[in-house]
Design a protein around this ligand. Structure first.
Ligand SMILES: [Zn+2]
Length: 76
């Protein structure tokens, strides 16, 4: 294998420039809960101001609106 006068690999495999490195999204990831379909009980939480209200069975938290800031509630 003649080698020494290497001109380098034909197609350089350098570190590609910028791609990936996702910039943080704004919205909080939805459904990062531990239990899918959390059972009855628990709280609904406002992701914006942190207000909590007790969850009503049969009413998904995201159907509730925070009484303080108007943000949709999420499962707490
Ligand atoms: Zn709120």
């Amino acid at each position: 294998m003649p080698r020494g006068d290497g001109t380098g690999p034909p197609s350089g495999s350098g570190p590609g420039r910028g791609r990936g490195a996702g910039r943080g999204g704004k919205g909080a990831g939805r459904m990062r809960g531990t239990t899918p379909g959390a059972g009855p009980g628990g709280d609904c939480v406002c992701p914006n101001c942190g207000a909590r209200i007790s969850h009503r069975v049969g009413t998904p938290c995201y159907n509730l609106i925070c009484t303080k800031c108007g943000t949709k509630m999420v499962r707490g």
